[in-house]
Design a protein around this ligand. Sequence first.
Ligand code: FE2
Ligand code: FE2
Length: 154
Amino acid sequence: MVTLTPAELEEIHAHLHNYMHTEEAQSMKGFCQHGAVSTYDHVMNVVRLSYYLNKRFRLGADMRSLVVGSFLHDFYLYDWHDNDGTHRLHGFTHPQRALSNASRLFALNEKEQAIIRQHMWPLTFRAIPSCRESMIVCLSDKISSAIETLFHRK
Ligand SMILES: [Fe+2]
Ligand SMILES: [Fe+2]
């Protein structure tokens, strides 16, 4: 989606080291997000796009919180395409589910929590992005989702 240098990818990997190797994070590879794209691939797309926007446009966000929050923003850990009726308000409810899953496993700072809780705005109209990190992820998520849906159909 965006082109980053090996050093930039290395920096992202360093920020995510304590998160990406957990069993729960790896389980995102088994959930379908859009078309043929897994939730894991989707959150990594959002991580790279958020990193890219922050760096290239000098948006001044805290890079570590931005990367960690991006990685965990869809940490809801189920397949929302399962048609069993339990995921019917998925769009509205999954940020809270992602936040509680992530908070159980990791100590999140305020910015990381805001990113997860607010990434679906304006759908979740009261959860307005409250910091620049949250605004960047809210935007990156929409761009990534649109591209995944358009170009990566099954
Ligand atoms: Fe989401
Ligand atoms: Fe997302």
